[in-house]
Design a protein around this ligand. Sequence first.
Ligand code: TRP
Length: 524
Amino acid sequence: MPDNKREHWGSSLGFILAAAGSAVGLGNIWKFPYVTGENGGGAFVLIYLLCILLIGFPLMLAELTIGRKTQKNPIGAFRDLMPKNCMVAHLIGIAVGFTGLLLFAFKQWGWGTIFILLSVAIFKLGWSIVGYMGVFCGFVILSFYSVVGGWVIGYIVEILRGTINFETTAQAKDFFVGNIGNPVWSVSYHIIFMIACIALVMSGLKKGIELSSKILMPVLLGLLIILIIRGISLPGAKAGITFYLSPDFSKITGETVLIALGHAFFSLSLGMGAILTYGSYLDKKQNLYKSTLSIVALDTIIALLAGLAMFPAVFAYGGSPEAGPGLVFQVIPTVFNKMPAGSFWIFVFFFLIFIAALTSAISLLEVVTSAMMDELKFSRHLATLTSGILIILLGLLSAVSVTGWENIPWVETVMVKLFNCKQGNFFDVADNLASNWLLPLGGMFISIFTGWIWGTTYAIKEIREGSPEFANVNIFVLLAGLKDDPKHNPEKVTWTLATTWGIFIRFLSPVAVTIAFLYTIGWI
Ligand code: TRP
């Protein structure tokens, strides 16, 4: 039952900007360009776009649907919709328990214990375990996300203090590594970033999350466009555009596809119930299908634009696109330093990243907060404060160990002894666990749950509220643009000469002409 006390978004636009604010974040501006740089430029971009379209889009619609139907946080949502005695859940529970025993047999005590506990939890909690996993994942992601968010604040402060003044990328690198390796520096800014998050989430849905997104998202888009104009008008920018837009398929391997998929989840905030939670604040009037379209489109466009803001400038000033996670922090300050009014542009860039990071971080905090409010009946203030402080504490581990384990050797001992997990630092452990395991697994379970356990019949019934035509639209008619033709009986038309022609003329020819055009001007 939707309870009347639950907060709702003030307007449809407010919701879309908040959800897009969640999706658009460090993933778009910090991670997408360097992952693209490391994985072959244009070819990677193409695969990423396919992942967004084929997997990201359907999953986002599923999360929004579950959220709006149940009006609950992820834990309560799955609990509401799951059948009482689910065979599939029991089977998964047995399989997990069996794996646990096997792990014991191989003396993997740490993992063995976790699998056994997990199996007991699956028997007890059923599908709501997916919700618990999501809340846990939000907790882990925010703990390291806010460390990077903190670096961004740190850079903004350093720019204002005038310490960012590099001639070479090597200098920029020393500065970057020196600062993030300084525990006092990274811990302080991590805490400051979290305080900003806590303040916004505490102010509530409409006054905090919705209002800040409504102001910050347009600012973000504006700043990005200014930066792109600046970047592509530089002499020598063309090499960057070529690198970015012309696919080099020789760099594509199976791993590239996986990276693209994982990044699609991360970038769209999917797989852990963040979008589900935002969906739970929607009313039945909202057109879920169109909302998904807008959110996915905004996220994708902003990622593509971020690449366009970055690569031309990087190439114009002889930077390397393969600089890795340091790309933004090392290359941008060096590159912009060589331009007139350099410091100003560096400031603009980092301010942009800060906005993007903040609107994403509040969505992560909101998941944990709303779970505490619903499940433990905490007030919003208490829930935000409790979850915020716990996340700050976990984040300390990442903040003091970005460059290695020196500061917390005992954690490494525990990781190696119990889990046989050897990573360079705690930051990587958290990122790897959340982004490469929990999100894809969560996404998989959300799909299976929607498609097979709850069932598409009920899901589509929910989607139809607010978008009544959803289940009746004939894809061929839609793609061919024939829907207003009075002679048509859309239910009968599937694949005809008319629809084929319509689809070709609308999609194939423009794409072919564009490719030919790019070829002529030498970009392909
Ligand atoms: N999507 C955000 C980004 O691109 C990060 C993020 C926010 C996120 N909420 C999430 C990632 C939930 C996974 C799940 O930076």
